[in-house]
Design a protein around this ligand. Sequence first.
Ligand code: HPA
Ligand code: ZN
Length: 326
Amino acid sequence: EVPEAVQAPLPVAELHLHIEGTLEPELIFALAERNGIQLPYADLDELRSRYEFTDLQSFLDLYYANMAVLRTEQDFADMTRAYLSRAALAGVRHAEIMLDPQAHLSRGVALETCVNGVASVLAVSEQEFGISTLLIAAFLRDLSEDSALEVLEKLLAMDAPIAGIGLDSAEVGNPPAKFERLFARAKDAGLHRIAHAGEEGPPSYIIDALEILDVERIDHGIRCMEDPELVERLVNELMPLTVCPLSNVRLRAVDTLNEHPLPAMLAAGLNVSVNSDDPAYFGGYVDDNFAQLRSVIGLSEFDCVRMAANSIRSSFASDERKAELL
Ligand code: HPA
Ligand code: ZN
């Protein structure tokens, strides 16, 4: 039998990935030094000791704080390059990458700086890493819809190379209905639409994301399992759910990987894929997520292959690219 370490990883599309969540502790320190920024941690170990989260918000606090080291286009480019290089080893052949522009604008970093820094690397990702990529502008749901609309208009005016919009950050208390006009504007502009829903929020947020925001994919969506009627609808619509198992454990959406609803979601016939979310924070990339699903909960090779195929089919890649990858 071939040892696991030398088996080629399954070719997958990564559909749920926040580029700022790929900032590894080493890169945080390197960028802080390059930019003359004093970090509130003495060393790597002290930073790493902060990676114990109690819920989504406790993670978001550290995630936003660490972004302080991202100042220049080069910083955003270096972060993106580091992700693609690691993702290639994880078997990622297509990636749809979320960027949080508002989290940078609020720190005085220009829209052009963050967008161009990431996009300059995505433009060469297929040649350099064998990974086709699309950029998705994600909006922070704890901010106002007017703020999101203003940023979306600026992105459209600068002809930013974005394929779609997403909705992330603090879910509970910030329901999809708050962003009805934003998503209508994005649809009108010909953009794809996705939203985090049912990570910490209730199943009704998933229904509202479908009905009010007209999304094409749900990020996370694990709490759909509390509503059998919703599950039936998601199955019938082949609605993609981008599940992030290690993230759910680290953010305490589930207690342990053994209690993760993924096997039940597969059994229900849901269109689920495996994704890393914020791999630098949650203990691993896509390959690590698959490895733990195999070793900890004994997920079958059949189910792994099925989810890899789901990820490619559920992507916004061209039909030609999908055919290459399937
Ligand atoms: N959930 C919500 N918002 C986020 C996440 C997440 O897992 N990661 C980065 N922003
Ligand atoms: Zn996410």
